[in-house]
Design a protein. Structure first.
Length: 210
């Protein structure tokens, strides 16, 4: 039996690039979920709820498609002092965020929710990685925020871009900080009866020039 189609319910270029670098070839179908309407008691529970909402929104749109497919929803937040931080709304907020983060550590939580169609069997879990930030001075913060990168990502930093030099170390999965945990994804897919190797083979066949 061939592997199912893989559908990423996210507009994140970093998640898409991570999956492609792992040898997969997901389709992209952005959920359009209003994240402000989703609430939970803890940050890990919130990212799981957001990931579930995104995956289920896309799955609902695709229920009329009889093909074998797996929808992947993800959402990431940085937890600091019990508060979950997503993308800053503007440069001033990004500066304040970094003034709070510098010289400290926070937990980057990424919720993962998978739905397999047809049938709707699903799996949900959250991966958490502790991130230790460098003690930037105000000039460094202003220069980094001036690049525009912190405005585009949850937590106002990247580990795989310009912000990488400001992350002293991490405890946990590097890919989770980028936005999707590959080891966790492999395990969730296996729980749904999907072989990681077959997904790679499907991707290779789809991109073959022969």
């Amino acid at each position: 039996m061939s592997a199912p189609r893989l559908v990423l319910a996210s507009a994140s270029p970093a998640r898409l690039a991570t999956l492609r670098s792992a040898g997969l070839a997901p389709e992209v179908d952005v959920s359009g979920v209003d994240e402000d309407t989703i609430h939970a008691d803890t940050v890990p529970a919130l990212v799981a709820a957001l990931a579930r909402a995104k995956a289920e929104a896309v799955a609902t749109r695709r229920t009329s498609d009889p093909s074998d497919q797996v929808i992947i929803g993800c959402d990431s937040l940085l937890e600091l002092d019990g508060i979950g931080f997503g993308k800053p709304t503007d440069a001033d907020e990004a500066v304040r965020r970094w003034q709070l983060m510098r010289g400290r550590s926070g937990m980057l939580h990424t919720g993962h929710h998978l739905v397999r169609l047809p049938g709707g069997e699903s799996r949900t879990t959250t991966a958490s990685t502790r991130v230790h930030f460098a003690n930037l001075d105000d000039a460094e913060i202003a220069a980094y925020v001036g690049t525009g990168e912190p405005l585009l990502v949850a937590g106002a930093f990247t580990i795989d871009g310009l912000g990488g030099s400001y992350v002293e170390r991490i405890e946990g999965d590097h890919h989770n900080v980028v936005g999707i945990s590959l080891p966790l994804l492999r395990r969730l897919l296996a729980d749904l009866g999907v072989s990681w190797t077959e997904l790679r083979n499907r991707a290779g066949a789809a991109t073959s020039t022969f």
